[in-house]
Design a protein. Structure first.
Length: 142
């Protein structure tokens, strides 16, 4: 084989490689951090206020994994107006899960996560009490 044919074969193989690379990249599912990313960005000042309210609390909630359940410990569940825990899976939006917090006299609430796939989750906890809203985030691994 002479130099001319070798150069042509090299260019053809390179073009096939680039075509394959472009095809694979185009087929990848690219998710934003959230489906409502842009509207959430506009309301971010409210989020900053929630975070500031949380930092002013004397005792903050703690979130930990116990077996195949998430345990939330908070000594002010009895004054809770409403609350919600969102498990956010950055790698797959279909694995996200929501749980409602309830007003109770106890200091611990557990949520079953045995149906969820193992991996890293971002826990987003929103709640309100005494007319103020609060927010905290934590990372867990199931």
């Amino acid at each position: 084989m002479n130099w001319g044919k070798g150069i042509v074969v090299s260019f053809v193989l390179f073009a096939i490689f680039i075509g394959t690379l472009v095809t694979v990249c185009v087929r990848q599912d690219v998710n934003l951090v959230s489906k409502n990313y842009y509207s959430e960005e506009l309301a971010y000042q409210l989020q900053i206020d929630r975070l500031n309210n949380t930092t002013k609390l004397e005792s903050k909630p703690t979130i930990k994994v116990v077996g195949r359940a998430i345990e939330v410990q908070f000594n002010q569940f009895n004054v809770l107006d409403k609350g919600e825990i969102n498990l956010f899976r950055p790698s797959d939006v279909s694995l996200d899960k929501r749980f409602k917090l309830i007003n109770s006299d106890g200091t611990t609430q557990q949520f079953d996560v045995s149906s969820l796939q193992g991996g890293m989750y971002r826990v987003k906890m929103n709640w309100s009490m005494n007319g103020k809203e609060y927010y905290m985030e934590d990372m867990i691994t199931l």
